[in-house]
Each structure stands twice: as structure tokens, then as C-alpha cells.
Design a protein around this ligand. Sequence first.
Ligand SMILES: NC(=O)c1ccc[n+]([C@@H]2O[C@H](COP(=O)([O-])OP(=O)(O)OC[C@H]3O[C@@H](n4cnc5c(N)ncnc54)[C@H](O)[C@@H]3O)[C@@H](O)[C@H]2O)c1
Length: 312
Amino acid sequence: MKVLVTGGAGFIGSHIVDLLIDKGFKVVVVDNLSSGNKAYISENATFYEVDICSEKIEEIFRTEKPTHVIHQAAQVDVSSSVVDPVFDAENNILGTVRLLVCSQKYDIQKFIYASSCAVYGETDNSSIIESHPFQPISYYGLSKGTPEIYIKLFHNLYGIPYTILRYANVYGPRQTPKGEGGVVSIFINKLLNNESPTIFGDGEQKRDFVYVKDVATANMLALAHGENEVLNIGCNEQTSINQLYQMIASMLSNPNPPLYGSKRKGDIAHSRLDFAKAKNLLSWNPVFNLKQGLKETLNYAKANLNQNNDNN
Ligand SMILES: NC(=O)c1ccc[n+]([C@@H]2O[C@H](COP(=O)([O-])OP(=O)(O)OC[C@H]3O[C@@H](n4cnc5c(N)ncnc54)[C@H](O)[C@@H]3O)[C@@H](O)[C@H]2O)c1
């Protein structure tokens, strides 16, 4: 089995690559390094610095002959999608379509896609199951959801097997501040630098935070399970941004208090994903609770802060 991981230099993709390499899979990474970091890519993976929107992508399928695709590459910034919906759609929709065309041409056995809770849009406080209506409130939510329909059509027309994983807010080591779960890395970095993090809105918006290593495991399990299914990957728990700040602050001495700013366009008020289907079909459930995950993330950030300071 040879797995092509798009976005493998990114936050979630690099953890998936590490896990696959650890389990003995052959891995090919495609990443344009727009937000990823070459240093995160395992030296045991074959790396191509290529944009998924470029025609060069077909050459990689032809040369490497991957058997499976795990597609993580995307424009991941909700606010940027509102400012530049064309760039967002080109990367997230057309980039995925190009990968699907190659997957059909080169007989990919499984296409695994990183979707998002952003496809559900505004929800109430209850936990959301996969049949919840598709009602994105940002172009990012729309551009993550539209490829799901393409994937299902490629399956109907050409039989490409797929699994769509709709992630909740992912957090953990190597996260850039831009992604949906980016609030964790922003808060940690600000507080470690003795600065005040900004909370947008009143801080009572709630998120379902899922640790990146659990998300990597879900992707690995999806290589062999959950065929032609859409699965939520979250913890079915809600934490407000104010509570998140308190949890991180309680792990530090003399943390700066937060500042409050105005609510951002496209931000969802509540999200909480029911993962019962992933539990049934992938035998997956989150292993890390928020406290454990935050501790690991904080330790990573501290180690890297020291490294940066040493280099200065
Ligand atoms: N982080 C979250 O909370 C979250 C939640 C739901 C869904 N997702 C999805 O998970 C996936 C990974 O997100 P992440 O948080 O690791 O973000 P990330 O920005 O760290 O990773 C994305 C990677 O894709 C690469 N990339 C972007 N556009 C590309 C292109 N056109 N061609 C090639 N490479 C390209 C970037 O350089 C980066 O390495 C994305 O598809 C995102 O939509 C993330």
C-alpha cells in the first residue's frame, strides 16, 4: 500500500504521515508549502513541492503509482475565504477535482477526504450527526463541503471508494494560528510570550476540540474501513473559548488576561460532533481528553519557544 498525502507538510497532514510511516506504509507527500513546513515532513516520506491545482500533479500519480490518497491540502483560513472566495474555491474545490480526476485515471483504491464541521454552519447546542443539513455560513464551509458532492459523484460514475471525515476543531503540536482549531496555538503562543490573547465576541461561542493524534488515527483506520461513508471526527464535547482560555491559563504561572474584540464574520457560534458512526465503522474514538491534549501542545510550544530563543 502506498499512500499519497496532500498537505503532508501541514499541521494535520504531517501527523498523519508520521503515523503511517510508523506503521510501515510507503508515503508520498504533495505540498506547496503555502502554510506547511518542510521540517515537519518525515525523512522517510517522498516529498514533492507541488501545488494540487497544477498539472504537474498527474505526473506524480503516473510516477509514484499510489494506491490510496489522503487529501488534507486546502486553504484553511475561514476569514481569508470571506475576503477572497475565488482563491479559496480554486484551492479547495478545483484542487480536489483535479486529484479526483487523477484518482480515477490511476485506479486509486480509496480516496480519504478531510472535510469539516464548517459544512454544518450554525447549529444549536445539541450534538450534530452526519445527516444534519448542509448550511455553511462561510465560503470556507462551502468550499470544504462542495468536494464531498464531487467525491460522491466520482464514486457513482467511476466507482472510486471514499471516506469523508468531517473534523471538529483540531488542535495540537505544529498547528499554524490560521486553522479552525488555531485558537489553541494562538492562545498558547501569546501567553508564553507574556502577551494577552484576543477573544472575538463574548467568548461564549463553543467548540468541540479534538486532538491531532486522534485525527491522524482516524485517517489511518479509514484506509481499510468506513467505505463510502461520511463520518464525524470530534469528541462530542463543548468548550467555550472563555473556558479554553481558563484551562490554558491554569497551566501557566502569571498568565496575561484576555482582551475582547468584535465577533468575526463566518465564525460559528456552537459546534459539537457526535462520533458514534466513526466509532461503529472505524472502531475509532478519541483517546486524548482536552486537558491531556493541551498539556502536550503546551509542552511542544515551550520546547520550541526555548529553541527559538536559543537561536536568537
Ligand atoms: N485544523 C482544523 O481544525 C481543521 C478542522 C476541520 C478540517 N480541517 C481540514 O484539515 C486539513 C488540514 O488542515 P490543517 O489544519 O492541517 O492546515 P495546514 O494549513 O496546517 O495544512 C494544509 C497544508 O496544505 C498545504 N497546501 C495548501 N494549499 C495547497 C495547494 N494548493 N497545493 C498543495 N498544498 C497545499 C499547505 O502548505 C499545508 O501544508 C484541511 O483540509 C482543513 O480544511 C482542519
